[in-house]
Write a protein that binds this ligand. Structure first.
Ligand SMILES: [Fe+2]
Ligand SMILES: [Fe+2]
Length: 409
């Protein structure tokens, strides 16, 4: 009884033990109880239709072992195979003298190569809760004090082992499952790490692509205004006024961010206008004026090719339209003009008034504010601008001045 209790306590002890560690401890304990100087624990393995026994723990007090993992077929030709397939306990007094009527024989290869002499054996199965054999314990050469030769194992010893082989079997099975789960977890973890690395790489690429996209747009906008005298940071400020108006109008974050980089492209079509017209010092004649006004349609042609630049295309073609329909190129009125273009129209004109151009000096914020709210001989704000956009300017005009000052040339 005390042996069983001791064994149970021993088995239950270390919860997080590896299968290999557990089997080593089980084999040690079984040898300690029976006096065996050597032993092997086989675990039943299966892959697809084939099954075999795998030696997972091998101990021998007398000789150095150089291989501990090997496999044998799951058939009754060997002693372990017989125990595994029949579920029976086997006691052999001399392995070199096995009675001829038994189905198994002893393989002497190990003894021949190692010089060891296997003599007595006790082999019993490890069974799980379903009574299925999941492994075999082989104990070899029982040593008894005061004798030179190994002694036979006894029926009493077999009976002592028998009651708890299924407990050991259960624990071994559990440990085996834990081991499989650990292996799978480790594989999943490394797969996961790989995925994270992969995702980071893609994110980097995306962010690089995004940077390149933004840079191309800035360069495009800069290239377009190269002939416009004294425009400097004009396009950057137009981005900021437009973004500010969009935020004040309560538009979505995505809309506000999009107009912030699309607004600068409003005059991109000037790249397609004859340089002689763009750089002409005096007033343009009628034909030249018509060609100059086409920068709106040219810009649309350039930008409409890109899905992400649809808003920029709207702005390019619509930023010279007026609320009352008197603008160009299409004479659109009211909400037929894209909202983004109505916003940029205000931003563009505020900045143009503040800046010095060859046909006008730079105006102060106060003068600009007066023109954009009360009008002058060129601009009538009540017919030119979307009233909602005009209201944002009127009520927050100081913010336009702040943007001008912050991004001054
Ligand atoms: Fe323009
Ligand atoms: Fe402009």
């Amino acid at each position: 009884m005390s042996v069983i209790v001791e064994f149970l306590e021993f088995i239950e002890q270390p919860r997080q033990q590896s299968l290999k560690g557990l089997l080593g401890r089980v084999l040690n304990k079984a040898r300690e109880i029976t006096g065996a100087e050597a032993g092997t624990i086989f675990i039943r393995r299966r892959r697809g239709a084939s099954e075999w026994l795998e030696a997972r723990s091998v101990q021998n007090e007398r000789i150095r072992l150089n291989k501990s993992d090997f496999r044998i077929p799951l058939d009754p030709a060997s002693i372990a195979g017989f125990v595994a397939t029949s579920g029976e306990t086997v006691i052999i007094d001399d392995l070199y003298d096995i009675p001829g009527d038994l189905p198994f024989s002893f393989d002497r290869t190990f003894d021949i190569t190692s010089g060891y002499r296997s003599r007595s054996m006790l082999a019993f199965p490890l069974v799980n809760l379903d009574r299925k054999v999941i492994g075999v314990v082989q104990l070899i050469n029982r040593r008894v004090e005061g004798t030179d030769q190994p002694q036979p194992f006894t029926d009493e010893q077999a009976d002592l082992i028998l009651p708890f082989n299924h407990i050991v079997g259960r624990v071994v099975e559990q440990a085996e499952m834990v081991e499989q789960i650990r292996t799978k977890n480790a594989a999943l973890r490394s797969k996961n790490k790989e995925l994270i690395r992969h995702r980071k790489h893609i994110e980097n690429l995306q962010s690089e692509t995004e940077d390149a996209f933004m840079l191309s747009i800035q360069l495009l906008a800069r290239a377009a205004e190269i002939h416009d005298e004294g425009t400097g940071n004009h396009i950057v400020r137009v981005n900021e006024y437009s973004h500010y108006i969009a935020v004040k109008l309560g538009l979505s974050d995505k809309y506000c961010e999009t107009i912030r980089f699309c607004a600068q492209l409003h005059d991109v079509g000037k790249m397609s206008v004859n340089t002689a017209i763009l750089t002409k010092a005096g007033a343009l004649d009628e034909d030249e004026r018509v060609e100059m006004d086409r920068h709106t349609s040219y810009g649309h042609q350039i930008l409409a090719q890109n899905d992400r630049l649809q808003m920029a295309a709207d702005i390019a073609i619509g930023h010279h339209e007026k609320w009352d329909g008197s603008g160009y190129p299409n004479g659109l009125a009211g909400e037929d003009i894209p909202l983004s273009a109505r916003i940029v129209a205000m931003a563009d004109i505020y900045d143009a008034l503040r800046a010095e151009r060859h046909y006008k000096p730079a105006f102060s914020h106060e003068k600009t504010y007066a023109i954009l709210t009360e009008g002058d001989d060129r601009i009538d704000p009540s017919t030119h601008f979307d009233p909602a956009v005009a209201a944002v300017f009127r009520e927050n005009h100081n913010e336009f001045e702040r943007i001008w000052n912050r991004l001054a040339d």
